[in-house]
Ligand binder design. Structure first.
Ligand code: ZN
Ligand code: FE
Length: 256
């Protein structure tokens, strides 16, 4: 049974922010803040007082509002150890495997470098949810700005090792474009074909495609399917390593 209330809200052109609220303790966390006014509006709408800001990585669309939000609320800012760029306003830094408590529950830190060197994800085993930032998206994954494909592949493997029912909250609504690309490398995947229809109707109704689940991603996300025979056949990479197939899929997406 879920003990937390979760409120997801859009900001900027395609970002999602999330508020996590504990009715038991009154604690409220937000995941990332690219725009303080959007987070403050979401807090006011829910009637929750912010106590913590959890930052996934240094990019501006995830951090530009952190200091203003911290000043406005007095919240504590938790985020990754700076590995490439400083994040303004950090009170506490986390490394892979670090844990902390929220509403009496354990939050586990997963370091998932690939998109950036500093990327961390937040996993709440008791709630069956993971916040994947720009590492794992619905039917996609983050671009490789600061690391190589093998590093990202290993990071995605950390996420797919979580229980299949885990809900995946990612930071962007990129799914319509992602599903078009996915069909180009995995056109016969029946689960993907069915999901493409679901995604199109959700977006036509203005509804989010986030969260998804680890199981749905394993079934339909080409970046997690580098071992799939049909994908390997289509790419003409039957003998290649999984990392090589992943790198080719990422390369094709970058040029799609
Ligand atoms: Zn990013
Ligand atoms: Fe982003």
């Amino acid at each position: 049974m879920s003990q937390l209330n979760i409120h997801q809200y859009p900001y900027m052109s395609d970002n999602y922010g999330v508020l996590l609220h504990s009715p038991k303790t009154g604690e409220t966390a937000c995941i990332d803040c690219g725009d303080a006014s959007a987070t403050l509006a979401a807090l006011a709408q829910q009637g929750w007082a912010l106590t913590e800001i959890w930052v996934t990585h240094h990019h501006a669309d995830h951090t530009a509002g952190v200091v203003e939000l911290k000043d406005a609320t007095g919240a504590t800012v938790i985020g990754p150890k700076p590995l490439s760029q400083e994040i303004a306003g950090l009170d506490k830094t986390l490394e892979d495997g670090d844990t902390f408590q929220f509403s009496g529950m354990e939050v586990q830190t997963l370091h998932t470098p690939g998109h950036t060197k500093d990327m961390i994800n937040f996993y709440l085993p008791e709630e069956n949810i993971v916040f994947t930032g720009d590492t794992l998206f619905t039917i996609g994954c983050g671009r490789l700005f600061e690391c190589d494909a093998a590093t990202m592949y290993a990071s995605l493997a950390k996420l797919t090792a979580l229980p299949a029912a885990t809900l995946v909250y990612s930071s962007h609504e990129y799914t319509l474009a992602n599903v078009k690309f996915a069909l180009s490398v995995d056109p016969k995947n029946q689960a993907l074909i069915a999901r493409a229809k679901t995604v199109e109707s959700l977006r036509a109704d203005g509804k989010p495609t986030v969260p998804s689940s680890i199981q749905e991603e394993l079934d339909t996300n080409p970046f997690l399917r580098a071992d799939d025979e049909q994908i390997r056949e289509l790419l003409d990479m039957r003998q290649a390593s999984s990392e090589e197939v992943f790198a080719e899929i990422r390369h094709r997406k970058d040029n799609f």
